[in-house]
Design a protein around this ligand. Structure first.
Ligand SMILES: [Zn+2]
Length: 1066
């Protein structure tokens, strides 16, 4: 899988939604109306919100229709109890009084769902036991309603609802609807009712536990902050699953039948499989019926038989039902709106790491591989795809067809996938005649062409690189409207976020193409490394991901050399890993996997590395392997002590900083002696660690010669030929920082100014120096002075990293009240490069210049550069009038700059309007984020900012993007605090939506990392002590650590920064 979200945070709002005409009359609706009329006329934001509101209502009405219209085939009608009837009548009475909201909606927590399914017999008095009631999970797009809640509807209540509709619309003397006067007593009654309903809601603890099931286990083997992973018993294993699923897109349930060929290894009376949120109606092993019991906590189901099952193969058959959930894991629902405004519903899968069990009872562990025969029974007008090619299609009932897919190779459950919905596709074959298709939403198939081209180049590249044929007959890539991660490498059916797959030839930016190429490259590498050979257990996930995250660059570099993608790697992967891993609250290898593999590849050399890799894949194909197996294969191929060197990198936290000093070698004038010392690099506090690494070090001298050293001790010395300058880590391949002696650094800065350092080396120099300053090893002012040497810099990566590093100093300047001077400093720094580049694309511009232009203009816009602001304003006006559309690469930064130029709110609203019209997800995300940036930089933005935040949690923004939109609003200290207050006030909403997902930790990271007072740190600390979020625990610690580091930096360097900035006129 690829998270890949940090570089391009996509976001999407919903534009068109079918309006079904009558919206249900209820309180929220009239609230929206009232608010609207209170706002000044022409307040487009209010109208926008009101429109959003009515769209939600339409969606709600849709759901009502589909349910009462005979959907809900699998809904249940358990016998009534006196208690449930009482509740029913209470609700009816409330309805007659006008509280229509309560009539069709009774909510309770779905965290109960698994136990509800298992234990219904013991709890007949639950609300779902109303006679004739229909129980269904709420669609997560209902605003303000936690996604994991359920809804009970009852046919008898419909006439009452109709009556109350009339009642509710009659005004009272004071102008409020009747039920508003009754709200308090009603709420009180409800609370009492809830209190006496046993188990009506589960505790938060329970929720956290269940949600944690979705978090990836840590490479250190422990599940921090959650339960240990219980392994399945080993007396049996699966050989083949013959699975038939019938998803119902009307009521979001599915029916399943499966016959599993099981190998019984030791005689046993029980079989234990993983299963979650699934109800099993019956099961038998050969002819013996099973007694079924669930363990909700462990997500297992136990089949017990009266007598021992004999050793050997047998058939375990069962029928079951489950839910197409709205949590983007397991077998879940998704939908999009096509260009005619029709809502298209889909059922899709995301099983990694442990959610296959939400779609079928199975041995859900990576090592328990089996073959799969999948059949999907679907509406004949829908597309159905799975890992393998379709082999037959038979009509089974009116309008339904059974689509049968070929048997898969032996594989892990987490790689199984199926998608049902309406899609267009483009297809082709690669050089090896592998059939490839890229599926897109209806009407967007042209946007799949770029990904198809990438895939056609990529697959043969990997086949040659690994020297192992692609193991399947076809490869499908499919864009999924709602997707939590970036993409998922399901074997033969790779699923993607739309923004990670679709490229619009006319409107997509260069950065998007780059990203799509990388994500496709990443997932296709997994088809071998991960799918063909799978890690034994999740502890080795780092290798799986690290490898794919490295080789995606190798592949894109091969297919698109013009992207200069390794430079991007250095910027996005390596430098991010080094940043995170310098914190105390880090952990071995996870973040730096790709960089360590890159270093290893460089050290062993491409030929030996490839040779070792091929051995590893051939030896372990269709099976599982450990990290050590890979090291052995690489050692065999290269003759190097791979395991010995790699141990320090994979098992120890952090990485080293290498201090280096030079002097003339004794007795030899033509040589320099380098003294090299390593210690653990740490941002804060005294370094007490005595950890050592075996570091392959490359040394480049002014003459262009490279030397390879291996530092295995604390300290060592080496001689190199004398030269004007000496640089360690050329090309920025090593996973370490370099701390040069003062004279060596001066030589390097001179070389930099004379244009003698390569792009990656220029990057490396400033990037290391910023880190050393953050750690207190050099004064911050020294890096601010170094920035001056970069005025002649021409390249995007260097600029973008330099400016983002300066951004962390900006946080401090902001805190010191020196933002104006800081902006003046930025203006004079970027001015020369901006003058060289200008606004308009020139024929000679490459990919890099295009990217750089948007970075510089964005930076200058935010820094208040007058002519940039004026130009943005003019361009925006022409864009809006349709006279001259802005080039896609500049759109986001023009939007934000223009919002700034004009003081904010009106232009912000104009941007929102443009986004309403556009159908492109990519543009929405980028533009929304940058417009948020801009609003938060406007002097009096409070009201606007609040709207932005509200918008982020409305259904205008997809859940998958909410977090990034909020992150975009954290541009200044004040804005950050406001966003943090907002998130705190809505915390339960965020927990409901994101608990256990990485998005929650991402939210913490975006919000809390850049505070710089002890009070802020205490506030964050206290908040999470009162509201624990186990899945984000590490990010919380990192945020606190970062904040305290900022406090320390301010204490250390605050005065000198002030002095330095004094020279710039605000
Ligand atoms: Zn991956």
């Amino acid at each position: 899988a690829a998270a890949h979200l940090f570089s391009h945070a996509p976001s999407r709002g919903r534009t068109r939604r079918r309006n079904v005409g009558i919206a249900r009359h209820d309180g929220r609706r009239s609230d929206a109306r009232r608010n609207d009329s209170n706002r000044p006329a022409g307040d487009s934001f209010a109208r926008l919100l009101a429109a959003a509101e009515s769209a939600k209502k339409s969606a709600a009405a849709d759901n009502t229709n589909s349910t009462s219209g005979g959907g809900g085939a699998s809904s249940t009608s358990p016998p009534a109890s006196p208690f449930s009837l009482a509740v029913c009548w209470l609700l009816a009475a409330l309805a007659l009084l006008g509280y229509t909201d309560l009539v069709p909606l009774v909510l309770f927590d779905s965290r109960e769902a698994p136990s509800r399914l298992a234990d219904r017999r013991r709890r007949p008095h639950r609300p779902d036991a109303l006679p004739g009631a229909v129980l269904r999970p709420l669609p997560h797009h209902l605003p303000g309603v936690p996604s994991s809640q359920w809804e009970v509807r009852h046919p008898a209540l419909i006439p009452i609802a109709a009556a109350s509709f009339v009642l509710g619309s009659l005004p009272t003397p004071c102008g409020l609807p009747w039920y508003h006067l009754l709200t308090l007593p009603i709420l009180f009654t409800l609370l009492v009712a809830c209190a006496i309903l046993p188990d009506a809601s589960s505790s938060d603890d329970e929720a956290e536990k269940e949600d944690d099931g979705a978090e990836l286990p840590e490479p250190d083997g422990g599940w921090k902050g959650s339960k240990p992973f219980e392994r399945l018993p080993t007396h049996s294993k699966p050989v083949n699953y013959n699975l038939t699923l019938t998803p119902n897109l009307n009521d979001f349930t599915f029916k399943g039948e499966q016959v599993i060929t099981v190998q019984v290894i030791e005689p046993t009376k029980t079989l234990v499989l993983n299963s979650a949120e699934i109800e099993i109606q019956s099961a038998k092993f050969n002819d013996a019926s099973a007694e079924i019991s669930f363990n909700t906590e462990e997500e297992t189901v136990k089949f017990s038989f009266p007598s021992e099952l004999p050793v050997g193969e047998g058939k375990l058959s069962m029928s079951f039902t489950g839910i197409l959930n709205d949590r983007m894991k397991g077998f879940y629902r998704s939908k999009y709106t096509d260009s005619d405004g029709n809502e298209i519903r889909c059922a899709v899968t995301q099983f990694e790491p442990t959610d296959a069990r939400r779609s079928l009872p199975c041995w859900d562990e990576p090592e328990l591989k089996a073959t799969f025969d999948v059949t999907l029974v679907v509406d004949k007008n829908l597309t159905a795809v799975s890992n393998m090619l379709e082999v037959s299609r038979t009509e089974v009932a009116d309008g339904l067809v059974a689509v049968k897919f070929d048997r898969t190779p032996i594989m892990s459950t987490y790689l199984l996938a199926y998608v049902v919905g309406k899609f267009d596709y483009v297809e082709g074959r690669d050089a090896d005649f592998i059939k490839m298709r890229v599926f897109t939403p209806i009407g967007k198939k042209d946007q799949g062409l770029f990904a198809l081209e990438v895939a056609k180049k990529t697959l043969p590249f990997y086949r040659k690189f690994f020297n192992v044929a692609y193991p399947l007959p076809k490869l499908d890539l499919i864009a999924i409207p709602d997707f939590a991660a970036g993409a998922m490498e399901n074997w033969g059916l790779v699923t993607y976020r739309e923004t990670a797959l679709l490229v619009d030839a006319d409107n997509s930016s260069a950065a998007t193409k780059e990203w799509v190429a990388l994500v496709v490259g990443h997932e296709l590498a997994h088809q071998w490394f991960g799918n063909l050979v799978t890690m034994k257990w999740w502890t080795d996930l780092w290798l799986n991901e690290g490898f794919a995250s490295w080789i995606e660059y190798l592949c894109v570099d091969h297919c698109y050399p013009e992207f200069d993608i390794w430079t991007r790697f250095v910027q996005s992967d390596l430098s991010r890993a080094l940043e995170l891993d310098a914190l105390e609250n880090s952990h071995p290898i996870q973040v730096e996997g790709a960089s360590v593999i890159r270093m290893l590849h460089e050290w062993l050399g491409q030929d030996a590395f490839r040779e070792g890799l091929t051995r590893y894949l051939k030896q372990n194909k269709f099976a599982n392997a450990s990290t050590e197996n890979l090291w052995e294969a690489l050692a065999d191929a290269s003759g190097q002590p791979v395991q010995f060197v790699m141990e320090g990198w994979t098992k120890q936290m952090g990485y080293p900083v290498i201090s280096v000093a030079s002097k003339p070698a004794e007795g030899d004038d033509s040589k320099l002696e380098l003294t090299i010392t390593q210690e653990k690099f740490q941002l804060g506090g005294a370094n007490k660690s005595d950890l050592l690494w075996r570091v392959p070090i490359q040394v480049l001298t002014a003459t262009g010669h490279k030397h390879q050293l291996m530092l295995a001790e604390k300290s060592d010395s080496f001689t190199v030929p004398k030269a004007a300058w000496v640089k360690l880590n050329p090309g920025c391949i090593g996973v370490y920082r370099v701390d040069y002696s003062a004279s060596m650094l001066q030589d390097l800065i001179a070389a930099l100014k004379h244009g003698q350092l390569s792009q990656r080396d220029r990057f490396n120099l400033e990037n290391d120096l910023f880190a050393l300053a953050a750690a207190g090893r050099v004064p911050i002012v020294q890096v601010l002075q170094l920035a001056d040497a970069y005025k002649a810099e021409q390249f995007y990566t260097v600029w973008s990293d330099l400016l983002s590093n300066l951004g962390s100093v900006q946080v401090l300047a902001d805190h010191l009240g020196l933002l104006d001077k800081w902006r003046a400093f930025l203006r004079q720094l970027c001015e020369p490069a901006y003058q060289r580049l200008g606004w308009d694309a020139r024929p000679a511009d490459g990919h890099d210049a295009t990217l750089l232009r948007s970075v510089l203009i964005g930076c200058l816009g935010r820094a208040g550069h007058e002519s940039v602001l004026a130009e943005a304003k003019a361009k925006f006006a022409k864009h809006c009038s349709g006279e001259c559309p802005i080039t896609p690469d500049l759109r986001a930064c023009v939007y934000s700059t223009c919002v700034l130029a004009n003081g904010g709110v009106e232009e912000f609203e104009a941007v929102l309007k443009l986004l309403e019209k556009t159908d492109m997800q990519e543009e929405k995300v980028g533009a929304l984020k940058s417009a948020f940036f801009a609003v938060s930089a406007v002097p009096e933005p409070r009201a606007a900012r609040q709207r932005v935040l509200e918008l982020a949690v409305s259904d205008k923004v997809r859940l998958q993007d909410t977090v990034f939109v909020i992150g975009g609003a954290c541009h200044s200290l004040e804005a950050r605090r406001a966003a943090w207050q907002f998130v705190k006030s809505r915390w339960s909403w965020f927990v409901e939506k994101f608990a256990g997902q990485f998005l929650l930790s991402r939210l913490v990271q975006l919000l809390c990392n850049d505070f710089c007072t002890a009070e802020d740190a205490d506030d964050v600390d206290a908040f999470f002590k009162a509201n624990p979020a186990p899945s984000a625990e590490r990010n919380i610690k990192q945020a606190l650590e970062n904040t305290r580091l900022n406090v320390a930096i301010l204490a250390r360097d605050g005065d000198s920064v002030k002095e330095f900035l004094a020279q710039f006129a605000a």
